[in-house]
Design a protein around this ligand. Sequence first.
Ligand code: FAD
Length: 451
Amino acid sequence: MNTGKNEKVIIVGGGLSGPVMAMYLAQKGYNVDVYEQRADMRKQKLSAGRSINLALSKRGIRALEEVGVFKQISPFLIPMYGRKIHDANGSTRSLPYGRKGQHINSVSRSDLNKLLISEAEHTGKVRFFFNHTCTGVDIESDIIYFIDNQSEKKINVRQIPVIATDGAGSTIRKSISSQKFILEVLEPLGHAYKELTVPPDKTGDFQLDPNSLHIWPRGQFMLIALPNMDRSFTVTLFLPNNGEISFESIKTNSELVSLFKEKFPDVLSLIPDLTLDYFSNPTGHLGTVRCQPWNIKNFLLIGDAAHAVVPFFGQGMNASFEDCTVLNEMMETCEDWENLFDNFSKKRKIDGDAIADMALENYIEMRDLVNQQWFLAQKELEKKMEHQFPGQFISRYSMVSFHQIPYSVVQERGETQKKIMEWILENETSGKPITSEALEKEINLKLPVLN
Ligand SMILES: Cc1cc2nc3c(=O)[nH]c(=O)nc-3n(C[C@H](O)[C@H](O)[C@H](O)COP(=O)(O)OP(=O)(O)OC[C@H]3O[C@@H](n4cnc5c(N)ncnc54)[C@H](O)[C@@H]3O)c2cc1C
């Protein structure tokens, strides 16, 4: 593509991926207008204790490095080297994420978002229009409709290309879908979440190990905790919407306290405002969004707008940032915007679907499988195999979080590896262990060396 030349690109959504995409485009010489429905978050005061955090890993880091903001955010990252499992009897055990030193990072969503907006502005090529809510698009006439939330004035912007980064509930996706240009499929999880806070202790220190992602797996539901820079933890309770233990069934203070006394006794004393947090914080709904294709003419959906996934692999933001990286790379080889958007959608949709599937599977792993003996045996074997076959056998978690292997390839190789491990363990149990020659042959046949 003949990139740059002060051409203008419109981005709708100034959340996490919008400013990253804007910075990639600014580097290529484009002028970018970003429209965001919220007020400028840098001027808003967040209510105390509402520091929601995210896990940032390799794919996200790469994008932040490429747009030149990783150095600025890195002092605010807290490394998490593995899962700390809290069993029902109060004992804990650690499951490392990868090799020694490999880690994911806890980061504050709002700090990251504010930094991204400021850094995008600093390029001198990106303008933000806050308080502008997109209400729809007209594909035939290349118009994007907005309302200025303050003046309530309607604004029509006739400008292409348009990149929609307006999140899971994307108005642009709904608008294009209602015009029958794309097919959107919403798959609710049937489970929701509530955020709670473990504050620092009396001396101002962390109440739990800050370098782990804490999990209290309880079968059909779970609690997780990620550390914050102010030495608190954001705790997220995931429960089914309905059923015996569910958001529907927990209606009173005493029902909530009983649940914690019975299922999470070690956490109860760490959350002094449990009932206040639970009953005043909103219940967040979870689900997967898939659509096909992600583009029409000069309009493209990326990030959650194209592929919202459940949060159990900690990849929604990472995948959204990777969309920006891939789109940026593909600009080098495509003829024009329509061609770029078309090729991008074809290439990236399979990866979006793959991470959506793997994120759903990871919910079961986190809330249930980490308690099962056979699963733990498989994890031990996985470690040995990684050591024995470097570059060929890499755990699925590692492929997702510490590499940039396309998600669809990760999904396929992950399935193959699982079958190989089942084969090894079954043969071991039946007293006829696989020979090292047979194993090597199988690995070479099924798992070509990764670049
Ligand atoms: C509980 C939870 C935990 C998560 N944990 C992780 C994690 O650990 N790691 C990870 O990688 N991901 C995580 N995610 C996923 C991550 O939050 C999303 O994938 C990420 O925010 C997607 O970025 P985005 O830019 O596409 O959308 P968003 O960040 O949601 O940004 C969308 C923006 O568009 C704006 N907007 C919406 N509608 C309009 C409109 N009509 N007009 C104008 N502007 C509009 C919004 O105000 C917002 O600023 C988690 C998600 C949840 C719910």
